[in-house]
Ligand binder design. Structure first.
Ligand code: ATP
Ligand code: MG
Ligand code: MG
Ligand code: MG
Length: 572
C-alpha cells in the first residue's frame, strides 16, 4: 500500500447520493471525469475485471464465443432498422471529418446480425451465440449514482442465432440459466421479472432485478404464486372483459398549442404521418364527462405525444356538452390520471390500444385488457401515475393489490436492472435479410436473441447490497484482494519481517494479498482496511512475539487470535 495508487477520502463526497457511490469514491475505486463518465483506479479495476471474468466463464460454459466489435459505428445499419431515429436523445451521434454520420454503440443487435449474415450461409452453421464485454455509450437523461447509471459503461451483450423456435427457446433458456449462475457466484440478491421489450423490439423478455431500495425499477411480486413482473409489464392471462365496438383504428394527433376542447376535437380529425416520439410533449389535458343524473365521470387525460384522445368516440358516447376540461385542482384530486386515454371503451397509451376494464381497488385502479394483437395487459393507475407503458418515474403501488393471475396478493419493491434477456424474433434478421440455405434447399430466415448484463453496474450493485456503516464489504468472488495484511507497528522490525513473510506465503498459496506497509497509525490502517472491504484482514501486531496474529472477518466482524501457522486454514 505504500506504493499503491490510492487515496482514500475521510468524508463523503458532496455530490454522491447513494451508499455505493459514496463508498466507491471514498475508497478510491473510481473517480468522476464528467457526468456519468468515470475512471477506474487500481482497486476498482480489479473488481470490474473479476466481475467480467465470472460473466465470461459462465458465457463460455454455454458455448457462447467471445468477439469484440467497435463502439464507433456507422449510421447505416441503425438507419436500416430505424433506431438511428428511434433511440432519440440517448444516442451519441457524431460526424467524421468527411461529414459522415457516426454513433457510439448503445447496444449492437444490428452489427451482430450483419456479421452473421456475412459469415454464415448454411443451416449447418447454426445455431451460434456470440458475445462481447464492451464499453457502451448512452446519453442518459439522468446519469446517476456514479457507475450505477453511466453514460459510458461496460456491458456483456450476447446474441443468439437460431433456425427455429425450439432453437430460440433453448438459447434463451441457456442464457437464463447462465445468468442465474453468474448472479449466484457474485452473491447478488435478485428477482427475475417479466419485462417489456422496449426499444429492442421482439417478444419474450425477462429482467433480472437486484433487490435494492435505490433502484429505479419497481416490480410487483405475489409471494403466494411466484408471479413477478416489472410494473411496466404486468401481464394477466385472462381475456379482456370488455369487447371493442366501432372503428378500432387509431387516429394520430399532431401536437401543437395548449389544447382546448376545440383543438382536441381538431386533433381527432388530424393525422400524423410519422411515429409519435418522446419529444412530442405538451400540457396534460383531463376530460371529465358529466352525464345528467349521474356523478361526473373523469374518462381520460390526453397527454399530447400519446397518439390519441378519442374525442369522437367520447362524443358518440356522451352529449358533447357533457365533456369539459379540468384544471390543476382536478388533476390533484383525481386518482385516474393516466397517460393516454381511458374511457368506457378503450385506453390508448403510446400508440397501443388497450381494451380496458378499469376497476378501483382501495383507491388504486387496475386496468386489465388486451392490445390489438390479443396480448393481455394490466395497467395500474395510482395517483398521478399510469403504469403500463414504461414512462412512469415512480409508481406508487399499494401492497395487497390483487395479483393479476388471481392466486394471491401483490407486494411491490424496488430493484436495479442487472440483466435483461430478449427473444427478438426476426426484427433484425428481417431488416438485414439474414438467411441461410435450409436443409431442403430453401432459404431460412434466422431468429435472433439478445441478452445483456450490466458488468460495470454490477460493481455498484454488489457494493450497494453488501456495504455496512464501516465501508465496502466484498464477497470473495469479486474482492479486489483476498487478504489484507496490516502491519500494526511499522517500527518493529520483527513485525515488519513477519508480515512480509506471511504475505509472501499467502501469495505463494495463490491468494491475492494487499499488504499495508505504510507508516500510518494502526487506527488509520484499520479504518482503511474496513473501508476498502477485503474479506479477510490479518493484523500482525503485538501478539506476534508469541507467534500470534489477529484474523478479522470483514463481513461478520468476527475476530480471532491464532498462530501464524494456522492463517491458511482460517482463510478457508
Ligand atoms: P435501464 O432500465 O436501467 O435503463 P436498460 O433496460 O436501458 O437499463 P438494456 O438495454 O436492457 O438496459 O441493457 C442491458 C443491461 O445493461 C441492463 O440490464 C443494465 O444492467 C445495463 N445498463 C443499461 N444502461 C446502463 C447504464 N446507463 N449504466 C450502466 N449499466 C447500464
Ligand atoms: Mg435504459
Ligand atoms: Mg430497463
Ligand atoms: Mg433492459
Amino acid at each position: 500500500m505504500s506504493t499503491l495508487f490510492l487515496r482514500t477520502l475521510r468524508d463523503d463526497p458532496a455530490d454522491a447520493e447513494v451508499p455505493s457511490h459514496k463508498l466507491l469514491l471514498r475508497a478510491g475505486y473510481v473517480r468522476r471525469v464528467a457526468p456519468g463518465v468515470y475512471s477506474w483506479l487500481p482497486l476498482g479495476l480489479r473488481v470490474l475485471r473479476r466481475v467480467e471474468n465470472v460473466v465470461r466463464e459462465e458465457m463460455n460454459r454455454i458455448g457462447a464465443q467471445e468477439i469484440s466489435l467497435p463502439a464507433l459505428l456507422p449510421r447505416e445499419p441503425y438507419e436500416t432498422t430505424g433506431r438511428w431515429t428511434e433511440y432519440g436523445d440517448a444516442l451519441f451521434r457524431l460526424k467524421d471529418r468527411r461529414g459522415a454520420d457516426m454513433l457510439l454503440g448503445p447496444t449492437h443487435e444490428e452489427l451482430f446480425a450483419q456479421l452473421v449474415k456475412g459469415e454464415y450461409s448454411s443451416y449447418k452453421d447454426l445455431p451460434v451465440t456470440l458475445y462481447q464485454i464492451q464499453t457502451k455509450y448512452r446519453d442518459e437523461e439522468r446519469p446517476r449514482a456514479g457507475i450505477l447509471r453511466g453514460r459510458e459503461f461496460v456491458m456483456k451483450d450476447s446474441y443468439s442465432f437460431d433456425l427455429d423456435e425450439a432453437g430460440t427457446k433453448a438459447s434463451y433458456n441457456a442464457h437464463r440459466e447462465a445468468y442465474q449462475a453468474i448472479f449466484a457466484r457474485l452473491g447478488v440478491r435478485y428477482v427475475i421479472v417479466a419485462a417489456t421489450s422496449g426499444a429492442m423490439g421482439g417478444s419474450a423478455s425477462e429482467e433480472f432485478l437486484a433487490e435494492s431500495e435505490v433502484g429505479e425499477d419497481t416490480y410487483v411480486r405475489s409471494p403466494e404464486s411466484g408471479y413477478a413482473a416489472n410494473v411496466e409489464a404486468v401481464v394477466t392471462p385472462s381475456p379482456p372483459a370488455i369487447p371493442i365496438e366501432g372503428q378500432p383504428e387509431a387516429t394520430v394527433y399532431e401536437t401543437g398549442s395548449t389544447p382546448t376542447i376545440a383543438t382536441l376535437v381538431d386533433w381527432a380529425n388530424a393525422t400524423l404521418d410519422r411515429p409519435v416520439t418522446a419529444a412530442d410533449t405538451l400540457k396534460n389535458v383531463m376530460v371529465k364527462v358529466i352525464v345528467p343524473g349521474k356523478e361526473p365521470e373523469i374518462v381520460g387525460v390526453g397527454v399530447p405525444g400519446d397518439r390519441e384522445v378519442d374525442m369522437k368516440r367520447l362524443e358518440a358516447s356522451f352529449e358533447p356538452s357533457a365533456v369539459e376540461l379540468l384544471d390543476e385542482a382536478d388533476f390533484a384530486a383525481n386518482p385516474f390520471l393516466v397517460k393516454g386515454y381511458i374511457g368506457p371503451r378503450g385506453l390508448i397509451a403510446h400508440g397501443v390500444r388497450y381494451l380496458v376494464d378499469p376497476r378501483v381497488v382501495d383507491g388504486t385502479s387496475w386496468i386489465t385488457g388486451a392490445d390489438e394483437q390479443g396480448k393481455h395487459v394490466v395497467g395500474l393507475v395510482a395517483g398521478r401515475d399510469f403504469v403500463a407503458d414504461g414512462t412512469v418515474e415512480a409508481a406508487a403501488i399499494r401492497d395487497g393489490d390483487p395479483s393479476p393471475d388471481g392466486t394471491g396478493t401483490l407486494v411491490s419493491a424496488r430493484g436495479i436492472e442487472i440483466g435483461h434477456i430478449f427473444s427478438l424474433g426476426q426484427k433484425y434478421t428481417d431488416a438485414f435479410e439474414v438467411d441461410v440455405l435450409g436443409e431442403n434447399g430453401k432459404p431460412v430466415r434466422l431468429i435472433q436473441g439478445s441478452y445483456g448484463v450490466g458488468v460495470s453496474r454490477l460493481v455498484a450493485v454488489i457494493a450497494e447490497q453488501t456495504h455496512d456503516e464501516k465501508g465496502l464489504c466484498w464477497p470473495e468472488s469479486v474482492a479486489p484482494f483476498d487478504v489484507h495484511v496490516v502491519i500494526a507497528n511499522a517500527k518493529d522490525p520483527a513485525i515488519v519481517a513477519g508480515a512480509h513473510e506471511l504475505a509472501a506465503d499467502l501469495d505463494a498459496w495463490g491468494r491475492e494479498v494487499l499488504l499495508d506497509d505504510r507508516k500510518a497509525s494502526p487506527g488509520v490502517k484499520f479504518k482503511d482496511a474496513e473501508l476498502l472491504g477485503t474479506p479477510y484482514i490479518v493484523v500482525v501486531g503485538r501478539g506476534f512475539v508469541d507467534g500470534l496474529v489477529e484474523v478479522r472477518v470483514r463481513a461478520t466482524g468476527a475476530v480471532s487470535e491464532i498462530p501464524v501457522a494456522d492463517v491458511r486454514s482460517a482463510l478457508g
